[in-house]
Design a protein around this ligand. Structure first.
Ligand SMILES: [Zn+2]
Length: 442
């Protein structure tokens, strides 16, 4: 990777570009209403690790304690639960580790799951009992393994850790406040902008909330424009008049998946899946509109704009990549190529390329003589996105919970590098200049 640049002057020039930009008056004309306050974060469907809303017995709480045995930590980073056998996921999420991760041998057989806004680690389970594997999507209450005594323990128990922003917190008050909560399809959290600043990667909260099902689009303002739905409406977070702001479009939308494109107009064209229908969302002089494409798409999507105004959309339907085009009205075809739940379609020098996480390994899909699928050989996990930074291949960004990693082609092969900075939640990335991707995390 190139050595990080000092982007301070670049960012200053971006700020100068923004003031007085024509789209600001356009936004007001289209009836955006600024939100007076950010809504409170909503709890998802959360259960105790026994799969119920009744807390299991605790044998050792979080925090300082006498060493239970030689080699055990006296600073207890989790809660030990006893009195049940089948260990279950406490919330919806994606498995990021299953087995004995390197450096975590004292924890025995374990499962790590990235949830919306937090990571859980379940330790000391029975070897061979794990019911999940990396990159698998799980739901609250799903069986993940059997309580055991593997690793450095004094008896059978579940050591459960809850990690928020890279830090282990006390699981009991965290779960107590959330167990039994009404399921929310669109968890809402604070937005962070993650970029190379002053020569190194850092994440900065922008001060506004967004759904974790969001899309970032480069409208040329110098910052990302973020669109997502929560509270039943299409919402916007972006920079206006030199400051981050959040607005409600007023357009009813409860998107399962969303993807925005800059088609050279003041506002992006947005594609969104709502109740398994693919919608085309756009703005004109009278406001925002939502038009059905007539296509049934029960899965995630990622849209891309190719030269000549050619919109193409990639969808994961039943684990296979589907390709949506507009040659004669909206058309959808099954490529027959497997695709993971984490994927991103990218315009790489005018060519559609798709990056996806399959069985914990980054794969590349592209059209050649038929659709081609190739492994990069790079193992990773968590939320995935990709962006064209030049060089003929997409640059892949993954949020592995403990670090954001950048995978790109360097010296003729795929290379994965950790940025050393952790942000929780889902990510999207843009090429806004400066030689490095700008990443947004919710
Ligand atoms: Zn413990």
């Amino acid at each position: 990777m190139k050595s990080p640049l000092d982007l301070s002057t670049v960012e200053l020039s971006r700020r100068g570009l923004l003031v007085g930009a024509g789209m600001l008056t356009g936004a007001a004309a289209l009836g955006f209403d600024a939100l007076s306050a950010s809504p409170a974060s909503a709890a998802g469907a959360i259960l105790w690790p026994n799969g119920t809303t009744t807390r299991p017995a605790i044998s050792s709480p979080f925090g300082q304690r006498p060493k239970p045995n030689q080699g055990a930590s006296s600073d207890h980073k989790g809660t030990d639960f006893v009195g049940f056998s089948i260990v279950r996921a406490v919330a919806d999420g994606v498995v990021v580790a299953a087995g004995i991760p390197g450096g975590w041998e004292p924890g025995g057989t374990q499962v790590w799951i990235q949830h919306d806004g937090f990571l859980t680690r379940s330790l000391h389970m029975v070897a061979g009992s794990l019911a999940v594997s990396p990159n698998q999507t799980v739901h609250a209450g799903d069986v993940i393994g059997t309580m055991g005594a593997t690793g450095n323990v004094t008896g059978v128990h579940l050591h459960l850790e809850v990690v928020v922003g890279g830090v282990q917190i006390d699981p009991v008050p965290f779960l107590t406040a959330r167990v039994g909560g009404t399921p929310q399809p669109d968890p809402v959290r604070g937005v962070k902008e993650f970029a190379v600043r002053g020569g190194s990667w850092s994440a900065i909260p922008v001060g506004y909330n967004m759904s974790n099902r969001f899309t970032a689009v480069n409208m040329g303002s110098g910052w990302g424009d973020l669109y997502g739905s929560f509270g039943g409406h299409l919402r916007y977070v972006g920079v206006m008049g030199g400051a981050w702001t959040q607005m409600d479009s007023g357009l009813p939308l409860d998107a399962y998946s969303i993807s925005a494109l800059n088609v050279g107009q003041s506002f992006p064209h947005i594609f969104a899946v709502e109740n398994s229908v693919l919608y085309h969302i756009y703005a004109d002089g009278t406001g925002w509109h939502k038009a059905s494409t007539g296509l049934t798409v029960p899965g995630k999507i990622s849209a891309v704009l190719l030269p000549g105004g050619n919109v193409q959309i990639v969808a994961n339907i039943g684990g296979y990549m589907h390709h949506i085009t507009t040659h004669n009205g909206w058309e959808i075809g099954n490529s027959g190529i497997p695709i993971g739940d984490e994927f991103k379609a990218v315009n790489v020098g005018g060519m559609l390329q798709i990056v996806t996480l399959l069985n914990g390994v980054v794969h590349l899909i592209w059209p050649g003589a038929g659709w081609q699928l190739q492994s990069t050989g790079i193992g990773t996990s968590g939320s995935l996105t990709a962006v064209d930074m030049g060089g003929g291949y997409p640059t892949v960004i993954t949020n592995e919970g403990w670090s954001v990693c950048v995978t790109s082609v360097s010296g003729g092969g795929w290379v994965r590098q950790s940025t050393g900075v952790a942000v929780s939640g889902t990510i999207d990335a843009l090429n806004i200049g400066g030689g490095y991707p700008t990443v947004y995390a919710v």
